[in-house]
Design a protein around this ligand. Structure first.
Ligand SMILES: CC(C)(COP(=O)(O)OP(=O)(O)OC[C@H]1O[C@@H](n2cnc3c(N)ncnc32)[C@H](O)[C@@H]1OP(=O)(O)O)[C@@H](O)C(=O)NCCC(=O)NCCS
Length: 142
């Protein structure tokens, strides 16, 4: 798998544009982070609106917690905050992808009501290993 250049100017510009795009305009983005007592970001969550106008009732979610801060409730707290944000902003669905062997994340998502809606076998090849992933979604408004 090729490395992603997180520092590339294009990526940075897209990120900054997303953060300043008002909802529900296409390609909005919001990010929440948790800071440790020594002022490091140790957990983050991003929600992104689709760039397709007809998909503006949905958002995609990504999350990560630094390993030494696992199992302290940070992931759940960030997820609950994102679901509240989506509810307030009339987002009706939150979508995400997760590796099928990521039991920690799948457990977190299921506990918040996310359901598996699809599976892509052999989605990635990472260091020669084939990795399947699941698509999961949360219906916020029925
Ligand atoms: C998945 C992740 C975000 C969970 O963050 P966290 O702060 O450790 O999670 P929490 O402490 O809030 O735990 C919430 C729930 O997640 C589940 N969970 C978390 N770690 C787990 C583990 N090791 N095994 C099984 N379930 C686990 C449990 O349901 C847990 O609820 P409980 O503590 O009441 O049993 C974190 O493990 C992580 O960042 N992993 C690496 C990056 C990643 O996988 N991101 C998601 C990609 S889709």
């Amino acid at each position: 798998m090729e490395a992603v250049d997180f520092e590339s100017p294009d990526r940075r510009a897209r990120f900054e544009k997303g953060l300043t795009t008002a909802l529900p305009q296409p390609a909005w983005m919001r990010v929440w982070a948790v800071e440790s007592p020594d002022s490091r970001f140790v957990a983050h969550l991003d929600l992104t609106g689709s760039s397709i106008p007809s998909e503006k009732h949905r958002a995609s979610l990504g999350i990560g917690v630094e390993e030494s801060f696992y199992r302290r409730g940070l992931g759940r707290r960030l997820m609950q905050g994102a679901i509240e944000f989506a509810t307030r902003n009339e987002i009706e669905w939150i979508d995400l992808s997760v590796f099928t062997d990521n039991h920690a994340a799948i457990g977190l998502y299921q506990s918040l009501g996310f359901e598996e809606v699809g599976r892509r076998n052999d989605r990635f090849r990472i260091s020669g290993r084939s990795v399947d992933d699941l698509t999961m979604t949360l219906r916020i408004k029925s």
